[in-house]
Design a protein. Sequence first.
Length: 191
Amino acid sequence: DDAGLREGESLLVHGGTSGIGAAAIMLAKAMGAKVYATASSDEKLAAIRTLGADAAFDYRQDGWENAIAALGGADVVLDMAGGDFIKRNMTAMNHGGRHVSIAMLRGNIGEIDIFQMMRKRLRFSGSTMKIRSFEEKARLAGALRERVWPLFAAGRLKPVTDGVFPLAEAAAAHRRMEAGRHIGKILLKTA
C-alpha cells in the first residue's frame, strides 16, 4: 500500500530471490506491472526471470541503476538493501517515483541527493511489521486475505520454497541462508 504500484507502472525489487522479493515479483506481474529485480548469482538471476521479472541485474556489477533507467526506469523501488543502494536507486527511479525501504541489509545509512529528489519529485518511506500495533497487523492480514490469497487460489501466485529442513538441522538451514544460497523461503519441519 505504501508504494501505490499501479497497472502499467514498473517496480524494482532488490533481493528478488528472497521470500518477500519473489512474492513481490509475482504480485507485481499479476497487477500488470513491469518488474526489474536484482540478485547475486547467475542461478538467482535465472530464478527471478522464471518468477516473471522482465529484466534481472547482478547487483555486484556496476551500472545496474543506469541500465534500469535506460529500460524506462522504476516507478516504485522495494528496497531491502538500504545503505549505498539508496543513491543508486534514485538514478534508476522515474519522475514521481516512490521508494519503500523494508530492510537495511547494506546498512542503515544512505546518501540522498536532495536536488535529485526534488527535481524528480521522489518520495521515500519505510515500513516494518515489528513496530505496528496488533490492530494494524490485523488490518493488513485482512487485506492480504481479500486481495492476495485469491491470486494463490487462482494459481497466479505460487509459494517459492528453497527447501524443508528438519528442526534438528536448523543450524544447516541458517548456514544456507547466511551463505546466500537459498531461493525463496527456507522451512523448518517441527514434526
